[in-house]
Design a protein around this ligand. Structure first.
Ligand SMILES: [Zn+2]
Ligand SMILES: [Zn+2]
Ligand SMILES: [Zn+2]
Length: 270
């Protein structure tokens, strides 16, 4: 499984143009891995998780095409994760020289309710919408996907993505899982985990995670046998107000929690 991090920031991105905090100032000056677009990952060129406002720019930066995309899993409707314009421009008139394979968009019914028609012809955009609720298991060949209830907003889901060879947990956006959610997680054995660490080590909150919350989640997963000490874990979805620049953030995450700091353009091969 090849995983490309298209963006690794929370809602405002880093640097946030309307912010003068030290992390944003540092990112403007030093750029490189300090610059983070709004979060999204691409798996194997054909499965996208989340489609936020930076999707096109991330692909342009990284030299990636989405013409082979078959599936888009949407975690929730917050605007840093879901922008309908990404799909609207798939309509035939905007890609006269390109035939696209159908794209199955998987999301909560609440996301689709907000999406509505939005001027997009699903036929012309080669879209199929598939409603999904927490605990649902979907077959999206070659992938099998299990939706996990997140602790975030009403419809938010995390996803277990299995390509037949490796199994990934994508845990963003979420706070600590509620007790009953572990029943749906406990039978999985993950080859890698991507987990949000929006709040860094500066604060705590119920609907996002700090590095302390990550440690709590990972300890529970080890206890249940979902991961072991060698399972790679990547932190992502960073808020400029809560984290240091990339280098010191990376060091802190490794020292405090033994996890890797994702950055835009990072490719992980399982
Ligand atoms: Zn978010
Ligand atoms: Zn800032
Ligand atoms: Zn969110």
């Amino acid at each position: 499984m090849d995983i490309t991090f298209l963006g690794t920031a929370a809602a405002e991105g880093i640097p946030f143009p309307f912010c003068d905090c030290p992390t944003c100032r540092h990112a403007r000056e030093h750029r490189g891995r300090n610059v983070r677009r709004r979060q999204s990952i691409l798996i194997g060129g054909d499965l996208l998780v989340d489609a936020g406002p930076d999707l096109y720019a991330s692909c342009a930066d990284l030299g990636l095409s989405l013409t082979e995309l078959r599936y888009a899993l949407i975690t929730h409707s917050h605007p840093d994760h879901f922008q309908t314009v990404n799909f609207a421009f798939r309509q035939k008139g905007f890609r006269l020289q390109t035939d696209l394979r159908p794209l199955t968009v998987v999301a909560s019914p609440l996301v689709f309710a907000k999406w509505g028609g939005a001027g997009v012809s699903d036929d012309s955009a080669a879209l199929a919408r598939v409603s999904c609720l927490p605990n649902d298991r979907l077959s999206l060949p070659p992938y099998r996907v299990h939706a996990i209830e997140a602790t975030h907003i009403a419809e938010a889901m995390n996803y277990v993505i299995d390509d037949g060879r490796h199994k990934l947990l994508y845990a963003s956006d979420t706070g600590l899982y509620r007790e009953h959610v572990w029943e749906t997680v406990k039978d999985h054995r993950f080859d890698a985990v991507i987990m949000e660490c929006t709040l860094g080590n500066r604060t705590r909150g119920p609907t996002h995670m700090s590095v302390g919350d990550m440690k709590t989640m990972l300890a529970r997963m080890r206890e249940l046998g979902c991961i072991d000490d060698s399972t790679p874990v990547y932190a992502t979805h960073f808020s400029h107000q809560q984290v240091e620049p990339h280098e010191s953030l990376s060091r802190m995450l490794l020292e405090e929690a033994g996890v890797h700091c994702a950055y835009d353009g990072l490719v992980v091969t399982l």
